[in-house]
Design a protein around this ligand. Structure first.
Ligand SMILES: Nc1ncnc2c1ncn2[C@@H]1O[C@H](COP(=O)(O)OP(=O)(O)OP(=O)(O)O)[C@@H](O)[C@H]1O
Ligand SMILES: [Mg+2]
Length: 880
């Protein structure tokens, strides 16, 4: 117990329901924190910790001013904590004793509505995960924009991918599901995601369904498309329930639930998104050095968020891709349209977030003005779209609602210089509301009346410096210097005597005062009422506004793609139907942008489903292998986003997935070693890729011993080329792999360098054929490794190379392996016959099916091993 004063008792009574929050307790012009909250709060916010008498002793206390609370709340939230806002529910002036207080809202990272807490171009996602026998239900909401989606997910890995695609700030799980909590924690790792255990009953199937039905005011789940999707419904219900609990009102800005399937768009897994640096660079969270940074010329926050979604969920259907590409092309070619978009999108504010605040009833007059100013651009944007020729833009034109009625209403009613506060008047325009005008008249004239009274009294009393002033204690009073005391008329009532002057009132002054001050208060109250009803009227139109907002976001994305294509000199790709994949002079847009002082050397790529589907890229360190491989993957993702691609010419098929596994990285937060991470990524690729996928392998098997690594890389190449048959680029320093070129489908390429004695020059040009040196020591010297070490390394390398030369596999080694396998098989066969054991036909069949002409030495070894193992089992069972 902190104390026994009535206030402390009230505080503790309220606090008990908000244990996991920092309670902001309104006290006059401050929000105060007490006890442990004060200690934590002062630490988080860097504010002074004081103390207050609680009746039983000193209670730690700290506070933040009410009018600047937003910044402090944002700071608390950014540390992953929640804030409960406890307000005074009565006017302290009108009650005796303790004022009634209530928590009016709880703010957590995932339930923020205020624009200034949020990053403009990023969504602020709240997730809920539900688990069942057949997988997971996932619901995703952005309370600040009203976006709401849900899906069902088969397994943990996919959940991991979806989780990070949304990059949530908060995730809900049922309070009674400890196992799921652990799973989600494993996904979230060390990252700053607040994981909230929400009431278990909200995750009950029946309860959740009821929540969803009630929220959308419907009577069957069919209308949302989530019938027979119990897990999805549970997750969606939990999100709605949580938002309602936190906001203390129905989340009215959530107008629809988008039930999506993971098959609608390309599933880019977490590793691929990360490795391709789609939305942020590998080292740091900077959006600028990412692919998104290159194509993002959006002018509005709406467009910025949508473009990020587009890039992370590329399209899979050629028709849809063509629609976007045609629109982008129109934007590229039509400079007038581009200029008009820029001009009229620029002034558009974050409509989704403003509208959310309107729907929740927290919008102020500045928000309404921002809405009005945004709506003012709509006719011009509609006109821009009216001449569009591409189907996509024509579609936007047809769906576009210029919302003239809402603009007219706001234009007529809201004062252009309205303040932030909705309680202090100045909100409503003159001429909109009769009573408001009348009260304003009283106020204006009232001031004049007071000035007139002052002049009259000066004349009557002959006191030239008589002055009418105002303060909070006395209201209006007459101020007269002491030297003139003798001239003060009798009817003046003395209120206060100061060192140099005296203060008086008169009945006439008080009468005027009551009219003027009364009008002021009445006016403020009336303006507030009128404002609130205006806000409700606009709230009725939320659906229409959001629809137009979505049109604007799409237009902004197309504008951005068009602008990027012009700026970076991208070309329109042609979608090929026969699997041909040709890029001429392809560039990596991010690396190109970073090469301020140099030229990016463009390169070609050509995949053919039969002859050239697996490209092995060798070449020295630093030559540009990774850059080359990634530029191809990036081009595919861009094309399927609807963007032009960084090349001179492009013919590309639609790929069903892009996989990119690059270099070595630890994932300590999920408890995985470097090599384990690598193998997980590889497993994911081979388990999910198809012949229509594009795979980028940049070094595989480097995290383990040379032979283990080489063996894995070799077997992987073989499997992907022959079994999966996906378009693949494999950049590697295992020069041994170049021997695989004999296999149909595999081709060797390398990055050219010019050698001049010890010196090498990187030419960055991809040429046919493999390389046989890595020049690693040369690159090490460029990096500044001391000469003594380098010299030693050169000596060791020479010895190793000599040894290798002696043991180099001979051209006929494959036959040797096979002969060995055959002899081994025959001896087993004899032994089995001797013992009259039944031979498993599998072993024989397997051997009979082997194509000796295409068998690699590594395969031969593997085959021999597996045949022997099977045969030994047979022998063993025969002897038992
Ligand atoms: N086509 C290019 N034109 C100009 N500069 C390039 C090009 N490709 C790569 N570079 C530059 O070379 C650097 C190294 O490229 P990259 O990482 O692709 O080499 P790598 O061959 O993969 O090296 P490693 O074998 O060490 O992984 C890049 O960071 C970039 O600055
Ligand atoms: Mg590399």
């Amino acid at each position: 117990m902190l104390g026994n004063t009535p206030m402390m008792k009230q505080y503790e009574e309220i606090k008990k329901d908000y244990q996991d929050c920092l309670l902001f307790y309104r006290l006059g012009d401050f929000y105060e924190m007490f006890g442990p909250d004060a200690e934590l709060g002062s630490r988080l916010l860097g504010i002074t910790l004081t103390a207050r008498d609680g009746g039983l002793g000193k209670v730690p206390m700290c506070g933040v001013p009410f009018h600047s609370a937003d910044n402090y709340i944002a700071k608390v939230i950014s540390t992953g904590h929640k804030v409960a806002i406890c307000e005074q529910m009565e006017d302290p002036k009108s009650v005796k004793g303790i004022v009634k207080r209530e928590v009016i809202r709880v703010i957590s990272p995932g339930t923020i509505l205020e624009g200034n807490f949020l990053q403009e171009r990023s969504s602020n996602y709240l997730l809920a995960v539900a688990k069942g026998d057949n997988g997971y239900g996932l619901a995703i909401a952005d309370a600040s924009t009203g976006e709401f989606m849900a899906t069902e997910i088969p397994d943990w890995h996919t959940l991991h991918n979806e989780f990070w695609r949304f990059d949530p700030v908060e995730c809900l799980v049922s309070a009674d599901d400890a196992e799921l909590l652990e799973e989600v924690k494993r996904i979230a790792g060390e990252n700053r995601v607040t994981i909230t255990s929400h009431h278990a009953h909200a995750f009950g199937a029946g309860y959740a369904e009821k929540t969803v039905l009630e929220h959308f005011r419907i009577n069957a789940l069919t209308s949302l498309g989530c019938e027979e999707k119990p897990l999805l419904t549970i997750a969606a219900g939990a999100v709605l329930d949580y938002l309602k609990m936190m906001q203390k009102s129905r989340p009215a800005n959530i107008m629809r639930l988008h039930v999506y399937s993971l098959k609608e768009t390309m599933d880019l897994d977490y590793a691929t998104r990360r490795n391709l640096e789609l939305v942020r660079s590998l080292h740091g969270a900077d959006r600028k050095d990412s692919v998104l940074g290159i194509i993002d010329y959006t002018r509005t926050a709406l467009g910025g968020r949508l473009l990020k979604n587009w890039l992370e969920k590329p399209l899979l259907h050629a028709d849809e891709i063509r629609r976007r590409l045609d629109a982008t092309e129109e934007m590229v070619n039509d400079t007038t349209m581009r200029l008009a978009c820029k001009e009229h999108l620029d002034p558009v504010y974050d409509l989704e977030r403003i509208v959310s605040r309107i729907a929740y009833g927290t919008a102020n007059a500045k928000d309404m003005l921002a809405l009005k100013n945004s709506l003012a651009q709509l006719p011009a944007l509609e006109k821009t779209l009216s001449g569009a020729r591409s189907n996509y833009l024509k579609g936007l034109y047809e769906a576009f609602d210029t919302l003239d009625d809402i603009h007219a209403l706001l234009d007529a009613s809201i004062h252009p210089e309205a303040p932030f506060s909705v309680r202090e008047g100045g909100l409503i325009k003159d001429g909109y509301h009769e009573e408001i005008d009348a009260l304003r008249d009283v106020l204006v004239n009232g001031k004049q009346w007071i000035v007139e009274l002052e002049m009259r009294e000066r004349e009557r009393t002959g006191i030239k410096n008589l002055k009418v002033s105002y303060n909070k204690v006395f209201g209006y009073y007459i101020d007269i210097t002491r030297s003139k005391s003798a001239d003060v008329p009798e009817e003046y009532v003395r209120k206060q005597t100061l060192a140099n002057s005296e203060r008086f009132i008169t009945p006439e002054l008080k009468e005027l005062e009551s009219r003027v001050l009364g009008a002021d208060e009445k006016l403020k109250e009336l303006e507030y009422q009128v404002f609130v009803s205006l806000r409700s009227a606009v709230a009725e139109q939320v659906e229409r506004i959001l629809k137009t907002a979505h049109c604007i976001a799409q237009l902004d994305c197309i504008f951005s793609l068009g602008q990027a294509a012009v700026y970076h000199n991208f070309c329109k790709p042609v979608i090929s139907e026969d699997g041909q994949y040709i890029l001429k002079d392809c560039r990596h847009p991010v690396v190109e942008e970073k090469l301020k002082d140099g030229w990016f050397i463009p390169n070609d790529v050509h995949f053919h489903p039969e002859q050239e589907r697996f490209l092995i890229i060798t070449g020295p360190n630093m030559a540009g292998k990774s850059t080359y491989c990634r530029s191809i993957a990036v081009a595919s993702v861009l094309m399927q986003t609807g963007s032009f691609v960084p090349a001179r010419e492009a013919v590309m098929p639609v790929v069903d997935r892009v996989f990119a596994r690059i270099g070595a990285s630890d994932d300590l937060s999920t408890g995985q070693s470097t090599f384990m991470v690598e193998m997980n990524e590889v497993a994911n690729i081979v388990n999910n890729a198809t012949k229509d996928s594009l795979i980028i392998l940049d070094e595989v098997g480097r995290g383990t011993s040379t032979y283990d690594g080489l063996a894995i890389a070799w077997a992987l190449t073989d499997y992907i080329n022959n079994t999966i048959r996906a378009k693949t680029m494999f950049a590697t320093h295992y020069h041994e792999l170049t021997a695989l070129e004999d296999q149909p489908g595999i081709c060797n390429y390398s990055v050219a360098v010019k050698e001049d004695g010890e010196k090498i020059t990187f030419l960055r040009k991809i040429i046919a054929g493999g390389a046989d040196r890595s020049y690693g020591i040369h690159v090490a010297s460029l990096a500044g490794i001391p000469e003594a070490i380098l010299q030693n390394a050169r000596d060791i390398l020479r010895t190793l190379e000599l040894e290798k030369e002696q043991h180099r596999p001979k051209a006929n080694q494959m036959e040797l392996f096979c002969a060995e396998a055959k002899t081994e098989y025959e001896s087993i066969q004899n032994e089995i016959e001797e013992r009259q054991v039944f031979v498993m036909p599998e072993v024989v069949q397997e051997l009979a099916a082997v194509n000796m002409n295409t068998l690699t030495p590594m395969d031969a070894m593997n085959l021999l091993y597996s045949l022997q193992k099977k045969a030994q089992e047979v022998v063993q069972s025969g002897t038992d």
